[in-house]
Ligand binder design. Structure first.
Ligand code: F2R
Ligand code: MG
Ligand code: MG
Ligand code: MG
Length: 367
């Protein structure tokens, strides 16, 4: 059984990446690792001075929550009409959460037709080519969790159905499939596992390995970069090179492999967290008696996750989405202990996301 702590770690770290990254999304200039980290540190201390959430979540979390709700309602299955309704409700509850340009039209059309054809509006987008944005991939983590838990579930097919409600282009479908991952991906940290999964996703979605526009070729670059940039390399130089080669765009192909790179870089055993983070004192832990409550291992896990999210946001571009997807992978691998309390206090709805993760886990093992 996959521990509930991994479900919670996955969804809470996805929330944290979204919340932390949102303040930098498509900033005109890419920020250095240090600048991003100083902002995060300030975010985590801010809660002490004011009562409202310093960090609000965006469409990434709104739709991930909606996927979870629908999965819970449908006892772990993807039911397209239920999912379409859940995503649409989330959209109309707050349309100002930074949705992609095409998303609003899809949700309006779904609602107008009373969800009679859950795939119709998305299939008509972009003159019938469908969206290749990363909006399907950014909400795929709960599908990966459910698929990993239920060994018999036709995971890839369900991810396909769940994605097609808004994104029907092969590049978006393969990206979502990759983010939902193979059954054991939340524990897997090798580039080879991911490259094999990219090849399967490409094939399933009609993309060809040899083409530049394939996840296989992007994952090959990820592997190359992991070899090229040792754990100790200059972080801003690495960020510039990775952002340029793998991309930081709103398209799935130019953001999903980037997020995977951020996660794998952090999870490799040789990785050393940045000194700014290894020297950090969590705000809640300035009291030495509380400080002792954190084990060394827990402290290291928290530093690892923060290092991953800081690096992801320092790439620039679609920072909320790349940090959220990278967070989902690392959070699942490390578990909920990797989330610092001060970060959870700073992020909107962290309690609600936490209890949703627990409900999803219960459903995953009771259906
Ligand atoms: N939208 C944002 N942030 C604002 C981004 C502004 C920025 N200046 C920029 O657009 O570069 N954040 C949220 O949106 C992303 C998820 O987007 P989603 O849900 O996939 O939206 P959409 O509209 O379906 O696709 C995104 C854009 O990609 C282009 N595109 C997609 N398919 C296309 C096709 N077949 N042909 C041509 N262009 C296509 C369009 O420009 C779409 O608008 C996340 O970052 C989330 O945080
Ligand atoms: Mg967003
Ligand atoms: Mg969309
Ligand atoms: Mg985004």
């Amino acid at each position: 059984m996959i521990p509930c702590a991994k479900f919670r770690g996955c969804l809470l770290a996805a929330l944290a990446g979204d919340c932390l990254g949102a303040q930098f999304e498509f900033s005109p200039r890419r920020s250095s690792f240090r600048t991003v980290w100083l902002a995060f540190d300030a975010n985590m201390r801010e809660r002490r001075r004011c009562r409202r959430w310093p960090l609000v979540y965006t469409d990434d979390t709104a739709l991930t929550r909606a996927v979870c709700e629908s999965l819970v309602d449908c006892r772990g299955r993807v039911e397209p009409a239920s999912l379409a309704r859940s995503l649409t409700d989330a959209y109309f509850k707050a349309t100002d959460r930074g949705y992609g340009a095409a998303a609003g039209g899809v949700f309006k059309d779904l609602r107008d037709a009373n969800f009679a054809d859950p795939f119709g509006p998305a299939a008509a987008l972009f003159e019938g080519r469908g969206s290749y944005g990363n909006g399907g991939a950014m909400r795929a983590a709960p599908l990966g969790l459910i698929g990993a838990a239920a060994a018999a579930a036709p995971n890839a097919e369900e991810v396909h159905l769940a994605t097609r409600v808004t994104h029907s282009n092969a590049l978006a479908l393969a990206g979502a499939r990759l983010m939902a991952g193979p059954c054991d991906w939340r524990c897997a940290s090798t580039a080879s596992t991911w490259t094999a999964e990219a090849a399967a996703a490409d094939t399933a979605c009609g993309l060809h390995e040899g083409e530049a526009s394939s996840y296989t070729s992007a994952m090959r670059q990820v592997k190359e970069f992991l070899g090229k940039h040792p754990a100790s390399s200059a972080v801003d130089e690495e960020a510039r090179a990775v952002a340029g080669a793998l991309g930081t765009e709103v398209t799935a192909l130019r953001s999903v492999p980037t997020a995977i790179y951020c996660a794998l870089r952090t999870l490799r055993p040789s990785h050393r967290v940045h000194p700014l983070i290894s020297e950090w004192q969590p705000p809640g832990n300035q009291n030495p008696s509380i400080d002792e409550a954190l084990s060394i291992e827990q402290r290291q896990q928290q530093q690892r996750l923060l290092d991953c999210l800081t690096f992801a946001v320092s790439l620039g571009g679609d920072t909320d989405t790349i940090a959220s997807m990278a967070g989902a992978i690392v959070g699942a691998a490390l578990g909920a202990d990797a989330l610092p309390a001060s970060l959870m206090l700073a992020c909107e709805a962290s309690d609600a996301v936490d209890s949703l993760a627990t409900r999803l886990h219960r459903v995953a093992y009771s259906s």
